[in-house]
Design a protein around this ligand. Sequence first.
Ligand code: ADP
Ligand code: MG
Length: 722
Amino acid sequence: MTRERSGGSEVRNVAAEKKEMDRVSSFFGKYTFNKTVMQDKLPRSVYLRLMSCIDEDVKLDIETANVVAHAMKEWALDNGATHFAHWFQPMTGSTAEKHDAFIEFVGPNEVIERFTGSQLVQGEPDASSFPSGGIRATFEARGYTAWDMSSPALLRKNGLGITLCIPSAFISYTGEALDKKTPLLRSGRAVSKSSIRLLKLTGNTTSKKVIANLGPEQEYFLLDRSYYTKRQDIVLSGRTLIGAAPAKGQELEDQYFGSIRERIQSFMHNFDEELFKLGIPAKTRHNEVAPGQFEIAPIFEEANLAVDHNQLLMDTMKKVARRHGFFAILHEKPFAGINGSGKHLNWSIGTDDGINLLNPGTTPNENLQFLLFLVAVIKAVHRHSDILRATVANSGNDHRLGANEAPPAIISVFLGDQLVSILDSIEKGENLKATDAAIIDLGLSSLAVVSKDNTDRNRTSPFAFTGNKFEFRAVGSSQSISFPASVLNLIVAEAIDELADKMEKAGTSDLRKSIFDIIREEIKTFKPVVFGGDNYSEEWHREAERRGLPNLRTTPEALKSYNTDKAKKLFEKYKVLSPVELTSRYHIHLEKYSKQLDIEANAMYNIVSSQVLPAGYRHQKNLASSVREISGLVKDEIVKPQRELLNKVSDLVSGIQNNLASLKLAIESARLIEDEQERAESYCNKVRVVMADLRKGCDELELVVDDELWPLPKYWEMLFLY
Ligand code: ADP
Ligand code: MG
């Protein structure tokens, strides 16, 4: 028998089966109930009413909702839909939908398709099985979904079925947010309100609304399905739990931006095509650093839309990958020893009349406004780096943050030399009597080129200013970007408000002086969080400790940041989450962490018991009979190395057996712990440690056991054969 290596052989070139893609502009967004469709299908007055409700963020009246629902249904039916669903984002981190057929009886055996305004606006899923972190136990057993008008309804084609999906929030009957969309919408309002307040103080009279924008760069791996189906660990936990390092990894740096293999590009082609139909502006695609790793980045969009689109993108990726004989891995650390996957979250805020508040601008006035908002962001990150850290905490990201491939768990801000020197001179008071000319002397005029000059872009920083936006680089590849974005909006809203308070006190008669005075004061406080050096270095870890920056290394540690008075007050003040809602998130994430580690540990236990050890025993037996059979027939020194190998294999097998027993005990004792925090810590500090020991033995065994006997696809196969 030869070991089957089918990776790459099963090229199902789906794209080749059909004609090339049509001109993208001709079908972009064709599955969305977008403005063009609405203008076409809705009476003008209804369309205008709907738009103003969206713009002013007010409730839609039922008459308008009825007309919109009818038009939406007709459009959906014309496009082959049979069902509708409120599509929402529960705390699981993925999306949820329950389909209802449009049919309604009009007589015995006679149906028509109907869809009413109230069905559009509100849905009532029997959703008692979603995680609520205790909210629904104490309040009401059910939640309902509410249409989010700001994200367009869309058609989702899945196999043969087509469903009209209505992006929705998910709320308990007592009004608690049970989902990821609600806090995002609330935080958007908060940052808009405080930004407009500050803008008014700086003399802006035209902007009415401020919008957060997001551009998530998504990394992922593709694995040939023939390997996937043989790896229980990837199927159940999303990552490999054992696997010896291959002789070649990513050291040659020959994958990054390399030429894309044909089979991969066919996948990307269909993937992009599906995204375009959904109105998702997929822009960039390329090979990433690790073998088998890739990236897709869309053009940035309004936060709410960008979050919905990233969820759709992850879902679409998995489906299209399957069609092409791949499995798409979104886990943060699927393979030990090579880079994991993250999601760089590009974030900025801008006004409804087109001013990017993080754009340095070209006039002294724009420069000042930019500096104020820049300072607000740094101030916010400095004060709440613990909360920001918690938003990217999950079991997968624990393997990545701080592992010399991703930023450390210490949150710092990279600004670039030019901005640092401008802030320095402001701090030193060199601008005290600044006139326009003096601003120029100080180099403020060169702010305009900051955006172009910021090319250095320290890749090791978790939170970097990149020209006209910040890039939050600690986000995990599998997670929803919603909460990291919500927290950014929230903490910045608070910082902006505090700057506005100070501006009001200082008065705006000498705007420039007031602003510089305020900034100077702020710098003193937030300075420790600004760091431009190598975030991967040991030196930085020591330096960060001296500076008093938190270093929350693991998920259980990081999640505690949701439980502080500081966090509760902040979320409550801006009505983003009540203390109950926030605490529920702490519980949900902590529980999820323990459950995930429990799944990993048990999958590992099963793989080692039923696959690894039997292979070890068989190899041991083969060696033993070989030794026995040749002993006495050949010279002793020829038998000796084989006997040594037999001893080595036997030692490894025995070590694995011992560690396997310890793993069982560690799992059992973690499971018995009542307190959620302690349980999570036990999984983190005990179960994980035993898993690492066990893995070591298995990986060593893999390297000596007869390749024909090894039951699992190996790293070199999974990473290079596709
Ligand atoms: P890179 O960081 O690799 O140079 P880009 O700067 O082109 O790449 O953008 C990376 C991501 O940031 C893209 O999704 C892009 O649309 C997004 N982006 C660009 N400008 C902004 C902005 N002002 N606000 C939010 N996201 C942005
Ligand atoms: Mg980038």
